[in-house]
Design a protein around this ligand. Structure first.
Ligand SMILES: N[C@@H](CCC(=O)N[C@@H](CS)C(=O)NCC(=O)O)C(=O)O
Length: 209
């Protein structure tokens, strides 16, 4: 099957990390594709034009990193990332949603920077900057409370995919400042091969996303 990605998308990075964690490299071909252009070849595959997009061997298309990761996790019949609806499970799901919520805001912020400087909205940038800082502080508390310890989870992978080398693309996001638990956790967790091997290429210019 084929996974369409950009090498800079943190959502696609999560799916790439899950492929590595699950040892699915022989079953899933990762294909970088151009997004956000009028003639992106992705539109013929997925009308949303978003990555990650997965196309299975029978031509079925999946989008959304959460759904794709769940599908990939079940391919071998022994899912690693299933969360039971227990008290602990709800805590894990809440942590995962918090990371995704921070990432969704960072993605909006990054998109503003992708525009030519004269088309950027200072209001949106200020709103997303403040949101991201609040979320980083909240996640620092979650890490300190042990919510990102324990068995490997999608929440852990997504947190690392969101913050590892984020300074490179979003230097104004001071997520380490005052967030020592979060900062140390990301550095430690990012030593995993699935995070190292999915590191985005270096940022070519201030405006790329
Ligand atoms: N909820 C989606 C979000 C995916 C997403 O927004 N991907 C961005 C890249 S970070 C994208 O493909 N953007 C292309 C576009 O907006 O046309 C997921 O979890 O996969």
């Amino acid at each position: 099957m084929k996974l369409y990605v950009t090498l800079t998308s943190p959502y696609a990075r999560l799916a790439r990390a899950v492929i590595i964690e699950k040892g699915l490299q022989d079953r899933v071909e990762v294909i970088p594709i151009q997004t956000r252009t009028p003639d992106s070849p992705l539109y013929a595959i997925n009308p949303s034009g978003r990555v990650p997009t997965l196309v299975t061997d029978d031509g079925t298309m999946f989008e959304d990193s959460g759904l794709i990761c769940a599908y990939l996790d079940h391919l071998d019949g022994s899912p690693l990332f299933e969360i039971q609806r227990t008290a602990e499970g709800w805590a894990a799901l809440r942590a995962e949603v918090r990371v995704r919520s921070m990432l969704d805001g960072i993605a909006v912020w990054g998109r503003e920077l992708y525009r030519p400087p004269t088309e950027r909205s200072p209001g949106i940038i200020a709103h997303e900057t403040a949101r991201a800082q609040r979320m980083a502080a909240a996640l620092d508390g979650d890490v300190a409370a042990g919510l990102f310890d324990g068995p490997l989870s999608i929440a852990q992978l997504l947190l690392a995919c969101t913050l590892h080398t984020r300074e490179d693309r979003l230097p104004d996001f001071q997520w380490r400042q005052g967030n020592d638990h979060l900062s140390a956790w990301v550095d430690r967790f990012s030593e995993r091969p699935s995070i190292q091997q999915t590191t985005p290429p270096p940022h070519p210019s201030e405006t790329a996303h």
